[in-house]
Design a protein around this ligand. Structure first.
Ligand SMILES: Nc1ncnc2c1ncn2[C@@H]1O[C@H](COP(=O)(O)OP(=O)(O)OP(=O)(O)O)[C@@H](O)[C@H]1O
Ligand SMILES: [Mg+2]
Length: 633
């Protein structure tokens, strides 16, 4: 590949090549000269033109080929706002995703054509270094404020001191008119927070942090009223004025908003039927015999013109109209190049290196998780509620067991119930919380904010304090009330440790299920399918001989078996049940641990369970890593 360079700040850094003759920063930014933020500032006069040529996207299923984009070409210029419009299903998002380099030919999906910036194919450079993509969905952490969200993104994506980040964030908040609500929590559908327009602006702000040269947005105004939509479009125009290349799909713009577009691409059924100055579009269609009434919003008129009733079965009239529009468009060489090619520099293949280390990412994620659980304490509270109600119920039922022969059955019962509930509660809580965070994790992971290991470690550590306290509370409430072995203080702590490890196992299994099944409902439904076999084949419910040979190995990897075993050995050693020490013929001798079929020592059962916890957590991590990698493809 040709050696390429980017005119940048004069200051050198590991990612920047400096060439003499580069234009200097303007005064507004000179105070931030040392900051990475200036590397890609449009004020550095880097202009990026994005071109797509003959792009097609088809889905081949058996012998059927469904063409979604039919060899479309076009251009987006720096300093301009390009709006892509068309009826629903015309292929706008598909085109946008291809322009953003987010779609690739895989399996039945066939993509052809080239997308380039300043003459360099985006496949040959790290496109993400120059561009940012704002998806249609606002995926944000509802408990954070706009300022916190932007600061989090800035700290993870760019180097600099806290003051540098804070200054950068304040500037973006101001640019996006978010300063007034910067301290309000973002909120979600269920918890009221920012308005839809403000939320959308936060999403844009998060992407603007890295000062991308190209900003791609999918329907940033959908769901907003016309006034708010106009505010968003004005902000995009301001960004375009700074020299950025802005490409956005848009639905139903008001006539006021429509007038503001620099360029317009109109799409119908995978074809482009108009491309050029938005202000010229009316005249162009009038020339084809489709005259927009004077008082009608041209955007509404075009949508009606391009609308088809049934995509798979176009009427004769629709087919003919489409044919005329496509042929007319193809017969005219659309006006493409606004910027002279001499102004467009080749772009370097910059490798995106995260400025933050794994440890820094972990620390920031941990802090964010703590803020999140402080402001949304429901998961933590549910955990406390679960253990307190369970402990109270067990107290009522097994109160003061005593040391009679019959207490053995009760002790076994209570210990096994604790094993089962630890497995189920942990699993259920993780099945609920893990998939709900998955969309945000996948989005941030795609943005390259942090590595999967940082996220996973932060999540694992963040959940621990609540778990440690909740299980301690549970143990305290039930241990003495039930009358479990009180030989010395170590008995209680060994019981507590075994129960805590069991809960950690249950949560780990929930993570595995969550990483496999991605939605709360699917994970909740599938969760028991993972826990029940491990409980069933653990050897306590059924004689080992009865377990199908193919599943007998499960008992050796069952955390519930080792957890139950650890609690049982701890309970029956030094308990002084009369039947344990009787040696005369008029009493029945008992050996509860042996009767349960346990042969490991206490240390061994702990040791095996700790290994199982680690293996479960590693499997959950690998599944999450795999999900993140697939989402990035
Ligand atoms: N992977 C896919 N498999 C099957 N069909 C697909 C796939 N991707 C896109 N399509 C189909 O391609 C067409 C265009 O989809 P696209 O999302 O690009 O439309 P759009 O113009 O953005 O519509 P809207 O305005 O509703 O967002 C739709 O009919 C969609 O169902
Ligand atoms: Mg779309």
């Amino acid at each position: 590949m040709a050696k390429v360079s980017v005119c940048m700040d004069e200051k050198d850094d590991s990612q920047i090549e400096i060439e003499s003759g580069c234009s200097k920063l303007d005064n507004n930014f000179s105070h931030e000269k040392d900051s990475e933020i200036n590397r890609r500032q449009p004020d550095n006069k880097i202009k990026v033109q994005l071109k797509w040529e003959n792009v097609s996207y088809a889905i081949e299923k058996r012998d059927e080929i469904s063409a979604i984009l039919k060899g479309v070409s076009g251009v987006a210029n720096p300093g301009e706002l390009l709006a892509i419009m068309g009826s629903s299903g015309a292929g706008k998002t598909t085109l946008l995703n291809i322009l953003a380099g987010r779609l690739k030919s895989i399996g039945e999906i066939k993509i052809n054509g080239t997308v380039s910036i300043n003459g360099t194919n985006i496949k040959d450079i790290n496109f993400g270094y120059y561009s940012a993509y704002v998806t249609q969905e606002d995926i944000l952490l509802p408990t954070l404020t706009p300022r916190e969200s932007l600061l989090f993104s800035s700290k993870l994506r760019l180097p600099g001191s806290h003051e540098d980040h804070a200054k950068r964030v304040e500037k973006i908040l101001e640019d996006l008119r978010l300063t007034r609500v910067a301290e309000n929590v973002i909120g979600s559908v269920t918890s009221k927070g920012l308005s839809g327009g403000e939320r959308k602006r936060v999403c844009i702000g998060i992407e603007l942090i890295t000062e991308p040269l190209i900003l791609i947005l999918d329907e940033p105004t959908s769901g907003l009223d016309s006034y708010t939509a106009e505010i968003v479009v004005d902000l995009l125009l301001e960004q375009a004025k700074k020299g950025r290349t802005i490409i956005t799909t848009i639905h139903q713009p008001s006539s006021g908003v429509f007038k503001k577009f620099d360029r317009l691409v109109l799409m119908s059924e995978g074809n482009i039927v108009y491309q050029g100055q938005a202000s010229e579009s009316r005249k162009y269609f009038a020339g084809l015999g489709y005259k927009c009434p004077k008082l009608m919003n041209p955007a509404d008129y075009f949508m009606r013109l391009l609308h088809v009733v049934d995509r798979r079965n176009l009427s004769k009239e629709e087919r003919e109209k489409l044919k005329i529009l496509v042929e007319e468009y193809s017969s005219k060489e659309p006006e493409k190049q606004v910027v002279g090619s001499k102004e467009l520099e080749h772009l370097a293949n910059k490798t995106f290196t995260r400025p933050s280390t794994v440890l820094e990412q972990f620390w920031l994620l941990l802090k964010r998780a703590n803020i999140n659980s402080r402001r949304n304490p429901i998961f933590g509270r549910v955990k406390y509620l679960q253990v307190i109600v369970l402990a109270a119920l067990l107290d009522l039922t097994y109160n003061n067991l005593g040391t009679s022969y019959s207490s053995i059955q009760d002790r076994n019962g209570v210990l096994f119930l604790l094993t089962m509930t630890a497995a189920n509660f942990g699993n259920q809580n993780a099945c609920l919380s893990f998939p709900s965070e998955l969309p945000l994790f996948l989005k941030e992971s795609k943005q390259g904010l942090y590595s999967t290991i940082s996220y996973y470690m932060a999540k694992t550590i963040a959940e621990l304090p609540n778990l440690i306290i909740a299980i301690f509370l549970e143990s305290i409430i039930l241990y003495w009330a039930i009358g479990l072995n009180n030989y010395d203080a170590s008995k209680f702590f060994i019981f507590y440790a075994a129960l805590l490890i069991l809960n950690i196992c249950g949560t780990g299994i929930g993570y595995i299920v969550g990483a496999l099944f991605h939605t709360e409902t699917a994970a909740m439904a599938a969760g028991p399918l993972f826990v029940i076999p491990v409980l069933l084949f653990a050897g306590q419910f059924v004689n080992v001989e009865r377990i199908p040979i193919a599943f007998r190995w499960v008992q050796y990897i069952s955390p519930f078996k080792y957890g139950f075993e650890a609690m049982s050995i701890n309970e029956y050693t030094d308990l002084n049940l009369p039947c344990q020490s009787c040696d005369s013929s008029d009493c029945t001798k008992c050996d509860p641990v042996n009767d349960l079929g346990f042969h490991e020592t206490l240390a061994e059962s702990f040791y095996y369970n700790i290994i199982i916890v680690i293996v479960i957590r590693v499997i959950a991590y690998l599944l999450l890593w795999n999900t993140a990698s697939r989402a990035k493809r």
